[in-house]
Design a binder for this molecule. Structure first.
Ligand code: HEC
Length: 186
């Protein structure tokens, strides 16, 4: 080998080695900067994702608050509607009850049972076409009439004796109950 060739070989090797070192360094630097960039990027991405997440969370919170408020309002309205319906129903029932009470004749006492054939169950029949209507008469007047028939002192249409027989066995309580019943009929 010539000397010049040997030297150039050595130079080339040196150069090559140096180059290798440079390349290695450059690549290491590049790697570092890429890593840095990736780190930065991902940090930014994480920040952005965090910000977005908190925004979404805020929005969701706002929305659920709005939904809760709307639901509460609806519940309140439903409550009010039910309450007014209940009140309406209650007053309707009360009215009906009053109607029934007003329209229903008082309960007939047992002592009036034998009078029904001539005076009618409601006392509105003129007995044998001769008597007055006994329903709706004043209670005291009815008591007096029955007691006078018992005593044989009442005779309006010539049938006083017939009525005497009808009321003969009535007790004061029976007379009271019958008078109460008849006077209560409208
Ligand atoms: C058989 C039919 C008959 C029966 C049953 C009968 N009555 Fe009479 N009642 C008459 C007649 C008729 C007179 C009218 C009597 C008269 O001439 O005063 C009369 C009159 C009366 C009067 C007086 C009415 C008025 O204002 O002048 C009363 C009150 C009365 N009856 C109550 C009764 C009661 C209570 C009974 C049942 C315990 C009864 N009667 C059963 C036929 C009947």
């Amino acid at each position: 080998m010539k000397r010049t060739t040997f030297f150039s070989l050595v130079a080339a090797t040196l150069l090559f080695t140096a180059c290798g070192e440079e390349t290695k360094k450059a690549s290491a630097e590049a790697t570092a900067s890429v890593t840095e960039a990736v780190k930065e990027d991902s940090a930014e991405a994480v920040e952005a994702a965090k910000a977005e997440a908190s925004e979404v969370a805020e929005e969701t919170e706002e929305k659920s608050e709005a939904i809760a408020a709307a639901a509460a309002e609806k519940a309140e309205a439903a409550k009010a509607a039910v309450a007014s319906q209940v009140a309406e129903t209650a007053s309707a029932v009360e009215e009906k009850a009053e109607e029934v009470v007003a329209g229903t004749a008082p309960e007939m006492p047992a002592a009036y049972g034998k009078c029904v054939g001539c005076h009618g169950s409601d006392g509105k029949t003129k007995a044998l076409g001769k008597s007055a209507v006994i329903a709706g008469q004043d209670k005291a007047a009815l008591v007096t009439s029955m007691k006078e028939y018992q005593a044989g002192t009442k005779n309006v249409a010539g049938m006083g004796m017939l009525m005497k027989g009808q009321v003969a066995t009535m007790s004061d309580e029976d007379i009271e109950a019958v008078a109460e019943y008849l006077s209560a009929i409208k």
